[in-house]
Design a protein around this ligand. Structure first.
Ligand SMILES: [Zn+2]
Length: 139
């Protein structure tokens, strides 16, 4: 069956993509490119799943193995996307350290998620504390 052969080669191609995505630390632009590629592959796979199901309903024939194959492919793409997302989160996470408590905040965070200190601008150092009140003399 030609469609099946096509799916099999698609699956192998996908396996290659998985290897590349997990085998190295990709930089951000490559991650974005991969994400685009994966989301278009996901769309294709959903379309194939739809046509496989449509055909089986239309012809009154069950083609469970073909359905399983496409579902497996979709699972693989989704898993791949999750991994990519995770690798991107990691690189984003280093963007903002809270100057007050050292908590790592998201790139777009305005306030520290832990202590609420403002992160909107680079705060070089903790501003000088208010001059300590002169010790009261208790005599
Ligand atoms: Zn903080």
């Amino acid at each position: 069956m030609a469609a099946l052969d096509d799916l099999m080669s698609k699956a192998r191609e996908l396996a290659d993509t998985v290897g590349k995505a997990t085998g190295e630390l990709v930089d951000d632009s490559r991650v974005k490119l991969q994400e685009l590629k994966l989301s278009s592959e996901l769309k294709d796979a959903y379309e194939r799943l739809g046509s496989v199901i449509y055909d089986s309903i239309k012809n009154g024939t069950e083609n469970q193995s073909l359905v399983d194959l496409v579902v497996g492919e979709i699972d693989q793409i989704r898993e791949n996307m999750e991994k990519l997302k995770a690798s991107r989160c990691t690189s984003d996470a280093v963007e903002r350290y809270c100057p007050q408590c050292g908590t790592t905040n998201g790139k777009d965070a305005v306030y520290c998620s832990r202590c609420g200190a403002p992160l909107s601008m680079a705060v070089p150092e903790t501003p000088a504390e208010a001059a300590p009140a002169p010790a009261e003399e208790e005599n």
